[in-house]
Write a protein that binds this ligand. Structure first.
Ligand code: ADP
Ligand code: MG
Length: 251
């Protein structure tokens, strides 16, 4: 009977409504076949879950894989070990909080944004990752590009949107309005992670309109953790060179 219960549950999960409705009528025939059927249904569930995960990974468009484990908090004052663990726990996504990383180039903002996105994908969340200029391009071409329209539809379904490199390129008035509309739509539904080389004081210059910037920041920072990074940057401190004088003695 326990096994028939299991068959019933699996059939429901897979949307096999006929089998789900008639599971218990199968009792006489089931006795010898139930193990086999359970195995088949478990296989089907695992297969579908894996396919859904692969689809989510493809849709998310992560440009690289970075992990929390590879992030060295001793190299960065902007985040403590405890904060890193909170960030990696991801329950702020369920609470629909935003995270904004601010700091100069090379300080690990994109690394952590990617680590968040990667772990969220692993944990079953729907994610989209894009640089600000790609996102703006998607917004601008939504009416004329089926690809952009599909991306936007996905973004609206996502639990997490990561916007990388806000502030490197200024946006036009039209673009700023489209961006504001998107953030307004996502407000209180989707967690947004943003990396920026500019502090909030500089955002009016990026957006080009102080009133719109205030309204945007109002929505973004309502439930938000801001992490400010500093320092010369990991790339500078860990620069690798082709012509390394310490190798000279070896030859
Ligand atoms: P940003 O986005 O702030 O410009 P990145 O995240 O792209 O910087 O970091 C530049 C490079 O340095 C990346 O390869 C990243 O993995 C590495 N990096 C930066 N900070 C750290 C850190 N604290 N621990 C480990 N790697 C780091
Ligand atoms: Mg970056």
């Amino acid at each position: 009977m326990k096994q028939l219960d299991q068959i019933h549950t699996f059939a429901k999960q897979l949307g096999l409504s006929n089998l789900a409705n008639h599971t218990f009528e199968l009792l006489p025939e089931a006795i010898s076949n139930e193990e086999f059927l359970i195995r088949c249904l478990k296989d089907e569930i695992a297969y579908r879950e894996d396919r859904a995960k692969q689809r989510r990974i493809k849709q998310a468009q992560l440009p690289a894989i970075k992990t929390f484990e590879a992030f060295d908090t001793t190299a960065q004052n902007g985040i403590t070990d405890w904060q890193l663990r909170q960030l990696a726990a991801l329950n702020w996504i369920d609470g629909i909080f935003n995270v904004i990383f601010i700091g100069p180039p090379g300080t690990g903002k994109t690394h952590l944004a990617l680590a968040v996105a990667n772990k969220a994908l692993e944990n079953g969340y729907k994610v989209f990752f894009a640089s600000m200029d790609i996102l703006v391009h998607i917004l601008k071409t939504q009416e004329i590009s089926r690809n952009s329209a599909a991306r936007l539809k996905w973004i609206r379904e996502c639990q997490l949107l990561v916007i990388d490199e806000m502030g490197y390129l200024p946006v036009s008035k039209v673009e700023a309005n489209l961006f504001f509309q998107l953030i307004s739509t996502l407000y209180e539904n989707t967690s947004v992670v943003i990396t920026s080389n500019k502090g909030f004081d500089g955002w009016a210059d990026i957006i080009g309109d102080p009133v719109l910037t205030t309204a945007l920041l109002d929505r973004l920072t309502h439930r938000c953790q801001v992490l400010s990074f500093s320092g010369e940057g990991w790339r500078v401190a860990h620069r690798e060179v082709i012509f390394d004088e310490s190798n000279l003695n070896k030859n």
